[in-house]
Design a protein around this ligand. Structure first.
Ligand code: PLP
Length: 428
């Protein structure tokens, strides 16, 4: 495969954009080499500026659950764009998507739309702090909740790729209110509550972690967090930016039967446009301005293009009763195939999967938290990544990322991918 034009475009971008990219994980720092520049995409395929075709397992980091340029979304956006792209006034469309989202997700009465997952999580903890009148939050090492200050503490993916445990620019004052716990370690969480009695506003968690590879919650872990929060009058925030509308209509709450107090969304809910949202029961959401004292706002929040894209996406997911089953079956098929060919080549590995989220780790031990995720052999991952790229299979350029399976993938695509993995495995 030739990347001549991509390399040239990257060199030009580096002159005017820090690192040549507008989001760090795109830069291939974790795997070496220069990033591909996208030209177009359709269904399960990406086409780069050198006209290489790639089977896409990133899917814009999650939103494209039904494939790229999904027709109902494209049509909805074009239709709306002709009538004006933002008004700074409410539109009926916002009520429509809010109603639909609330009908799909358990335990929420109201939802507020923002422009990114970062904004959703940032606003959710402000709301939790305002509601509980407490300052501290617990987050888990390896979980990513966007790049707002409170969360840039052992935050997975981009940060782990670069080995930056914490970001300069985050003040000590902010960092001291974020307590760090180990994923899947309930005793650790209990100890933090004991040491900070009546000070913890909320626990925020990716109910299935997706930013240190895919790390499922241990049996009973989410339920135990629910009970600890109830016992301590703290809120449980599920960051479902990745899992929401992906693992089930009602996300991880539905899949695991555990109720969160505030739920954050992004990615799929925007159908590929910049959208985030956070939602909760009335008693919590009514604390938000203009009803209540907790302030949150946005010039382009709920804009018609984003809402039209999100509504078309959610309507499709809501009406297609078999979509989550298909995603489950396709991803299980991929998992079994990769498992088989890696074994045949005596590769040391672990595969984690929940629904259509999957990750391959080059380590023999179970990957259950950030520490065990970091044990993976990064040199092998780099070879794996570049080998697959040569075969026309595009996975995330970091050992700490989940692959997102799209319904646009055919079984031929999956077989092609498994064959590519078999070929690459011989070189590892
Ligand atoms: C992607 C992601 C975010 C941040 O969303 P942005 O839209 O990139 O700001 C937050 N939480 C989780 C779990 C995510 O995967």
């Amino acid at each position: 495969m030739i990347y001549q034009r991509s390399s040239q475009l990257f060199a030009e971008a580096e002159q005017v954009i820090p690192g040549g990219v507008n989001s760090p994980v795109r830069a291939f720092k974790g795997v070496g080499g220069t990033p591909l520049f996208a030209k177009s995409a359709q269904g399960a395929y990406l086409y780069d500026e050198d006209d290489n075709r790639l089977i896409d397992y990133i899917n814009s980091w999650g939103p494209m659950i039904l494939g790229h340029a999904f027709q109902p979304v494209v049509d909805a956006v074009i239709e709306k764009a002709k009538k004006g792209t933002s008004f700074g006034m409410p539109t009926e469309l916002e009520t429509q998507i809010a109603r639909l989202a609330i009908s799909m997700v358990p335990n929420i009465d109201k939802i507020r739309f923002v422009n990114s997952g970062t904004e959703a999580c940032m606003s959710a903890i402000r709301l939790a702090r305002g509601y509980t009148k407490r300052d501290k939050i617990i987050k888990f090492a390896g979980c990513y909740h966007g790049h707002s200050d409170s969360f840039l503490i052992a935050a997975g993916s981009g940060l782990s790729t670069f080995g930056v445990p914490n970001s300069p620019g985050v003040t000590q004052g902010t960092a001291k209110d974020t307590l760090l716990a180990h994923y899947n370690d309930i005793d650790n969480v209990k100890a933090l509550f004991e040491a900070n009695a009546n000070e913890i506003a909320a626990i925020i968690i990716e109910p299935v972690a997706g930013n240190m590879g895919c790390v499922p919650p241990a049996a009973g872990f989410l339920q135990a967090l629910r009970e600890i929060c109830d016992a301590n009058n703290a809120l449980l925030i599920f960051d479902e930016v990745m899992t929401g509308f992906r693992l089930a209509k009602g996300g991880a709450q539905e899949l695991y039967g555990v109720t969160a107090d505030i739920v954050c969304f992004g990615k799929v809910i925007g159908g590929g446009l910049p959208v985030g949202a956070f939602a909760a029961r009335n008693e919590i959401m009514n604390h938000l301005a203009p009803l209540g004292p907790v302030y949150q706002a946005g010039t382009l929040s709920g804009n018609p293009l984003a809402m039209a894209a999100g509504l078309a996406m959610l309507e499709t997911l809501n009406n297609d009763t078999a979509v989550y089953q298909r995603l489950e079956e396709k991803t299980a098929y991929l998992q079994q195939g990769i498992d088989r060919v890696l074994r045949e080549n005596n590769i040391v590995f672990t595969i984690n999967r929940v629904g259509s989220m999957i990750s391959v780790h080059f380590d023999a031990h179970p990957v259950v938290d950030f520490q065990t995720a970091k044990n993976g052999d990064n040199d092998t991952f780099k070879k794996f990544f570049h080998g697959l790229l040569q075969e026309g299979v595009y996975i995330a350029p970091s050992a700490y990322e989940t692959w997102f399976i799209t319904d646009a993938l055919t079984y031929d695509d999956l077989d092609f991918t498994i064959n590519a993995v078999a070929k690459v495995a011989q070189t590892l």
